[in-house]
Design a binder for this molecule. Structure first.
Ligand SMILES: Cc1cc2nc3c(=O)[nH]c(=O)nc-3n(C[C@H](O)[C@H](O)[C@H](O)COP(=O)(O)OP(=O)(O)OC[C@H]3O[C@@H](n4cnc5c(N)ncnc54)[C@H](O)[C@@H]3O)c2cc1C
Length: 314
């Protein structure tokens, strides 16, 4: 079985930042693994400007930010494995890796999980009716549009006015779709003011506040949704072929659920908590990388430095 000192799962902004920081702090046996075909994570599909204000003092696109982070790994010995999905992690510090060459086990001393977050889907909402095709999460729609250059549909309703909802509304309209409206259950848009003023406001797409989707129609493809105004109870049938949901992100820790909180495990980026801005994910992940390096260095002097600490809190 292969072995490494530090394994980082996820080469999005957080994983790359943690890897660069850990390398700089002295970790020389480091594997960074990602199921996708290239590093960058969510940044790869975010073609809008709006990233890096704190780090660069100006705004760049997601792919530009990813290239910048990747350049920090060049001339290091960080082993980057793409198209390699981690299927499981066990309590005896082994990860099962799946790639084109098959399955293999990788042992590690410490693990940083930087696997990002999951989008809540329509299934998690109290929406009745049929379950036709044409219902996408915003991430799925964004990947279709920005990476595969395809529209998810023609007549689109967006549910949720977080940053992603507003960015997608403008992006889909610019790409030629008719975005009917953005429905939001709260009494204010959900995302950053700067994204409202940059994306939603100039697009002229109606923002329907205190409004939600309660029912889907269509067999095969979506043909419409029922919108409910939460204050008046008024219901309106909206014909559409596509619903894009932007209803929340959840840190994705599925790989280590059931392992408890072993002292060799840390979290970085959206896997730790959902970051609105990539700069904050990168800054936090760098400190997670440095801490992992310190723990590895300390354990070289004393193979198990933690029992004493644990004893203090029992
Ligand atoms: C649509 C959208 C728009 C945004 N817009 C802005 C903006 O304008 N400005 C800004 O500053 N911030 C923005 N953000 C926030 C910022 O981009 C993110 O917080 C940040 O990029 C998250 O990085 P991450 O590394 O934590 O996660 P991710 O980028 O999601 O990376 C996680 C990586 O882990 C990999 N992975 C997951 N599970 C496994 C596994 N089992 N095996 C192998 N690999 C795995 C995935 O393939 C992925 O590459 C936006 C976020 C989103 C979602």
């Amino acid at each position: 079985m292969e072995h490494c000192e530090l394994l980082i799962i996820g080469s999005g902004a957080a994983g790359m930042s943690a890897a660069a920081a850990a390398w700089k702090a002295g970790v020389r046996d480091l594997v960074l693994v990602d199921g996708a075909s290239a590093p960058g994570g969510i940044l790869r599909q975010c073609s809008h400007r709006g990233f890096g204000r704190a780090v660069f003092g100006s705004e760049i696109t997601g792919p530009e930010y990813a290239s910048f982070l990747l350049s920090g790994l060049q001339n290091t010995g960080v082993r980057l494995l793409t198209e390699t999905e981690v299927l499981s992690v066990t309590g005896n510090r082994r990860a099962l890796l799946s790639s084109r060459t098959g399955l293999r086990e990788l042992g590690f001393q410490r693990l940083i999980l930087a696997a990002g977050c999951r989008e809540r889907s329509i299934g998690s909402l109290p929406v009745t009716g049929t379950r036709p095709s044409g219902v996408f999460t915003a991430g799925q729609a964004q990947e279709l549009l920005n990476l595969r250059h395809r529209l998810p549909g023609r007549e689109i309703l967006i549910l949720g006015s977080g940053d992603l909802g507003m960015i997608m509304a403008a992006g889909l309209q610019e790409a030629g779709a008719h975005v009917i409206a953005v429905a939001e259950q709260e009494d204010h848009y959900g995302g950053l003011a700067r994204n409202y003023h940059r994306f939603l406001e100039p697009s002229g797409i109606p923002l329907l506040l205190r409004t939600t989707v309660t029912e889907l129609y269509g067999s095969g493809r979506l043909t419409g949704v029922l919108l409910r105004q939460l204050d008046t109870g008024a219901q309106t049938h909206i014909p559409c072929d596509t619903l894009v949901t932007v209803v929340g992100l959840i840190p994705d820790r599925t790989l280590v659920s059931g392992l408890g909180s072993p002292d060799w495990l840390s979290f970085a980026g959206n896997c730790h908590h959902v970051h609105e801005l990539v700069d904050s994910a990168v800054a936090e992940a760098a400190s997670v990388g440095r801490l992992a390096a310190s723990a590895l260095a300390a354990s070289k002097h004393d193979p198990d430095i933690f029992p004493e600490v644990r004893g203090l809190y029992r």
